[in-house]
Design a protein around this ligand. Structure first.
Ligand SMILES: *Cc1c(COP(=O)(O)O)cnc(C)c1O
Length: 418
């Protein structure tokens, strides 16, 4: 297929603007296809994809294992609803339980959803029911944290500008500064039903907490009896070089939520609750027509198998370290540094120029994401090679120069939100 066969990007953008609600604005590029870590736009231009659909396309694009699994499953049976069970969902739930290891803690029980926000809705229902059963009246989450856009998940999202227009929500959420274990300790008492935490704040700019924060949160929850809910929707499935980010501190949550990279591009989410917490939601308490459908489950199994078979945890750790070192080695007045772990990095700028850097990177053939005024996200496929990482870091000085010229010429533009 060549660019000539496709409707051009400019025409698609115009039609998009007319047909869709204006909640996203009009994205800058219409993507037509992808292969590995490369994507092509509707005009046939190639880009190295360093954002992977927001940390979702963990195997890259059109990976044969994913294509095979999805195609075979769609040909066999694509949907059953929760009125009937099917083998792919059972295999996936068992696989997730095994990955979350019973050996140093109680086994998990799984709920399958279609997205991250839905996985968090399940965790929130567990937390609310736990609270009502035990006389615990409030929840704790973090400032600038992101847990999704549906009303339950939104109630936990720590960005007032996106939360407050849609509140109040019917349950109390207290927000604490992220990364401050003392503030967390002060906020959580025996009336607290649950603490919701990201292991590193993703949407806030790939902001890791100080070492020991997750372990401290685990201790605080143990001491007070609050549920410890880890939102690993962005951080898990190899993103940081381990299956789950909590493994870096071995601070096991009571409930964990997954989505994004799990399906490799197919929509699926999961909420796993451990021990007795896995039985808090009783028959009739929750459900989903599409959640854990055979195609999504088959895709997730292919993702997990491929990560295992191809050593992609090790690749994420090694190539991620190389990527960070390459960025650190760049000396430029716009560049303040790099943070994060594995193939999940925030490029930090000295000023609010992330949109200009994103645009300059795009012009140079690299897709990255301005997610804060002064921070860009890199979350490439876990299959990224060292050579591809080096191609980006070699181009970075010229990208920053171009961004600086653009900022000087025109001022900065608006940051795009998830
Ligand atoms: C993306 C994200 C969500 C929401 O997931 P969706 O699939 O967009 O609904 C929730 N929590 C975190 C940490 C995320 O990164």
């Amino acid at each position: 297929m060549s660019g000539d066969d496709l409707v051009g990007g400019d025409e698609l953008k115009k039609r998009f603007e007319t047909a869709f609600m204006p909640n996203y604005g009009v994205p800058p590029v219409a993507l037509a296809r992808g292969e590995g870590c490369t994507v092509w736009d509707a005009d046939g231009r190639a880009y190295l994809d360093l954002i992977a659909g927001i940390a979702v396309s963990s195997l890259g694009h059109a990976h044969p294992a994913l294509v095979e699994a999805v195609t075979a499953q769609a040909r066999t049976i694509a949907h059953t609803s929760n009125l009937f069970l099917h083998e792919p969902e059972v295999l996936l739930a068992e696989r997730l339980r095994a990955l979350l290891g019973g050996e140093d803690g109680p086994a998990g029980r799984v709920f399958l959803a279609n997205s991250g926000t839905e996985a968090n809705e399940c965790a929130l229902k567990i937390a609310i029911k736990y609270g009502k059963t035990n006389g615990r009246s409030y929840l704790v989450a973090t400032e600038n944290g992101f847990h999704g856009r549906t009303l339950g998940a939104l109630s936990l999202t720590g960005k007032a500008a996106i939360r407050e227009p849609f509140g109040p929500f019917g349950h109390e959420v207290r927000f604490v500064p992220y990364g401050d274990a003392d503030a967390l300790k002060a906020a959580v008492d025996e009336d607290c039903a649950a603490v919701f935490l990201e292991p590193t704040q993703g949407e806030a700019g790939v902001v890791p907490p100080p070492d020991g924060y997750f372990a401290a949160a685990r201790e605080i929850c143990d001491a007070t009896g609050a549920l410890f809910v880890a939102d690993e929707i962005q951080s898990a499935i190899g993103r940081t070089g381990t299956w789950f980010a909590f493994q870096h501190e071995n601070a096991r949550p009571d409930v964990i939520t997954l989505a994004k990279g799990l399906g490799g591009g197919l929509p699926i989410g999961a909420c796993i609750a451990f021990g007795a917490h896995g039985e808090i939601l009783a028959k009739g308490d929750h459900g989903s027509t599409f959640g854990g459908n055979p195609v999504g489950a088959a895709a997730a199994l292919a993702v997990l198998d491929t990560i295992d078979r191809d050593g992609l945890l090790g690749n994420a750790a090694a190539v991620g370290a190389e990527l960070a070192a390459g960025i650190t080695a760049v000396d430029h007045p716009l560049l303040a540094g790099v943070r994060g772990r594995g193939l999940w990095r925030g490029i930090v700028l000295t000023g609010p120029h992330a949109p200009a850097v994103e645009a300059a990177a795009r012009d140079a053939g690299f897709l990255i994401n301005a997610l804060q005024p002064d921070a860009l996200r890199l979350a490439p496929p876990l299959t990224l090679t060292a050579e591809q990482a080096r191609a980006f870091t070699a181009a970075l000085p010229a990208i920053l120069d171009a961004a600086q010229s653009a900022v000087e010429a025109a001022g900065d533009s608006v940051v795009k939100e998830n």
